[in-house]
Design a protein around this ligand. Structure first.
Ligand SMILES: [Fe+2]
Length: 310
């Protein structure tokens, strides 16, 4: 059970926050002097070390740090806009990297900067992250590993898709309050350990490993309210262990998805080139609609993800 005071700083009260209206422009005076230390998508350590020493880089990181409170508690997200249309992909990534470092420590499981791009894979046929497909992701939080969960998920848009691919977010502190009122019978179950599939490339995927990859959907064990959910990986984790999933858990997940699918609980935003969206992965759940790409390979929908820990 989560204490009610924990939720006070996290919930969206009254009407939904407005993403577009609350967008923050990254000040041009901070981006103009920043050097480019990404070459062909990779960090050039020498250039990065030089940049890291510069006052421009430090000023950008310090500025990024000032937006952290907006992400740590309600509204739990921040949309930043880099308006210089002349910047190259590598320059945008360099700025994004510096801004992300201003928020915390970057995780390297998939590389510090991970390209979210359709790789013609199907997550329903093999255990691959949905970030490598063009499918609708369904509402989820990032990482299915019991050992690791990012506090913040960052997304930089380099190229939007041709159609679809909107980002949708929902507040799970509001979800918790809604469940307490509408379905209090599910709270205890949702605070217990629940098996998830193992999908991190390179990890062991035997039955014992999957069985031990088990943690609650709602928790506050570390003093932080956490919601960790992706229905598909809960179902496939049980299936791969030959474990029957209880009807009660299915009903509880139906209730969660029912909340997410109500428009009044959703914020939708179509990311444009130069947009950076940071979302709190502890209490904001996200989804992406299915999308199609342009014919040209160079115009393939490309977002760059960071996983950040505060
Ligand atoms: Fe995600």
């Amino acid at each position: 059970m989560i204490s009610p005071e924990k939720l006070d700083d996290l919930v969206w009260g009254g009407t939904l926050p407005e993403i577009e209206k609350s967008a923050i422009s990254v000040p041009v005076e901070l981006t103009a002097g920043c050097s480019n230390f990404i070459k062909d998508g990779k960090i050039d350590n020498k250039q990065f070390n030089d940049a890291n020493e510069s006052s421009d880089f430090k000023a950008l990181m310090e500025w990024a740090n000032t937006i952290k409170p907006i992400i740590e508690s309600s509204p739990g997200f921040s949309l930043l806009k880099i308006s210089d249309v002349e910047l190259s992909n590598d320059q945008l990534k360099s700025l994004y990297y510096a801004i992300s470092l201003g928020l915390g420590k970057l995780n390297n499981r998939y590389g510090e900067l991970f390209e979210v791009k359709d790789r013609n894979l199907d997550y329903k046929k093999e255990a691959v992250p949905v970030s490598k497909t063009n499918a609708s992701t369904g509402f989820h939080t990032d990482s299915t590993s019991a050992q690791y969960s990012p506090d913040i998920v960052g997304l930089l848009c380099l190229q939007p898709g041709k159609t679809g691919g909107e980002s949708i977010i929902s507040n799970t502190a509001n979800l918790y309050q809604w469940l307490e009122t509408k379905h209090p019978e599910f709270i205890e179950l949702l605070c217990q350990n629940i098996i998830r599939d193992v999908i991190t490339p390179g990890s062991k995927t035997d039955i014992e490993t999957i069985k031990s990859n088990s943690f609650p959907i709602f928790s506050d064990q570390t003093g932080v309210f956490k919601f960790r959910y992706m229905r598909y990986w809960i179902l496939s984790g049980h299936k791969r262990c030959n474990m029957e999933i209880s009807e009660n858990l299915i009903s509880a997940m139906d209730a969660i998805d029912d909340f997410f699918h109500h428009k009044e609980n959703q914020l939708t935003y179509f990311m444009k080139r130069g947009d950076i969206l940071f979302i709190n992965n502890n209490f904001i759940c996200h989804s992406r609609t299915e999308y199609t790409d342009y014919e040209e390979v160079s115009k393939k929908r490309t977002l760059v993800r960071t996983w950040i820990n505060i």
